[in-house]
Every structure is written in C-alpha cells, then in structure tokens.
Design a binder for this molecule. Structure first.
Ligand code: SF4
Ligand code: SF4
Length: 124
C-alpha cells in the first residue's frame, strides 16, 4: 500500500521528500522537465516501499501512509499519484488534470494556507 501525497503539496513542491526517498519514487524531481509546470509531487504506487522517510521530511504534512488513510475529499489526488507513474508527458497531463479538478472542487480547502491545510482535512 503506497504512501500518498495530498493537497498541502500543491504549490509547495519543495522536494524535501524527494531528497530523503531511498528508492527515488517521488516525481517530478527538480531536474525533470515537468517540475516547473507541476502543481504538486506524486509517489509511484508500485515503487514506494512504505519506509515512511518522506512523512517527517514534509514541512506541510502532505503525505498519508496509505490510500485508506486519505480523506475521501482527496481521492482525485490518489488517482493523480497513480496516473503519473509512467512519468511521460501524457501521464503528467493526466495527473495534473486531476490536480486541477481537485483545486476546482475544493475552493474552501484550497483557500487555506498550505501549512494549515492538512489540519483542515479532518473537517473538510
Ligand atoms: S514511503 Fe519511503 S519509499 Fe515511499 S515515497 Fe516515502 S520515502 Fe519513498
Ligand atoms: S516534502 Fe511535502 S510539500 Fe515538499 S514536495 Fe514533498 S510532499 Fe510536497
């Protein structure tokens, strides 16, 4: 069961998690072409080894430890993490489209500063 990045990462994308991941399964990295355009980072659902190293590294608590732990209003982002697994342009477009749909569907949540957004997940 992979770890999942959720919406506090949107526009934060500082890649602190990328730097600690032992299997390089979080993308796009800063040296990948999609990095500038991406709204957030994604975890490859099959390459993630569930080590948990990324969770304390994230300054905005964006990462959940399993799909089941992700609140229902973040489900588009579970799909987005999975969609980006191929890492090509089409996969990026699909994943980013799912993120944009989430932003449009959650205006109240997205109006909350990223650092406070995860705490708001419980009541959203
Ligand atoms: S849980 Fe471990 S393997 Fe999975 S994304 Fe986080 S750091 Fe990488
Ligand atoms: S550490 Fe958190 S905010 Fe930074 S890129 Fe990773 S998931 Fe996004």
């Amino acid at each position: 069961m992979p770890f999942i990045i959720t919406d506090p990462c949107i526009d934060t994308k500082d890649t602190a998690c990328v730097d600690v991941c032992p299997v390089d399964c979080i993308h796009p990295r800063k040296d990948e072409p999609e990095y500038q355009a991406t709204s957030m980072m994604f975890i490859h659902p099959e390459e993630c080894i569930d080590c948990g190293a990324c969770v304390p590294a994230c300054p905005v608590a964006a990462i959940y430890e399993s799909v089941d732990a992700v609140p229902s209003h973040q489900r588009e982002l579970v799909e987005a993490n999975a969609a980006y697994r191929q890492g090509d342009a089409d996969a990026f477009a699909k994943a980013d489209g799912l993120v944009k749909a989430h932003i449009a569907a959650q205006p109240t949540l997205m109006a909350i500063p990223a650092a406070e957004r995860q705490a708001a997940h419980a009541t959203a």
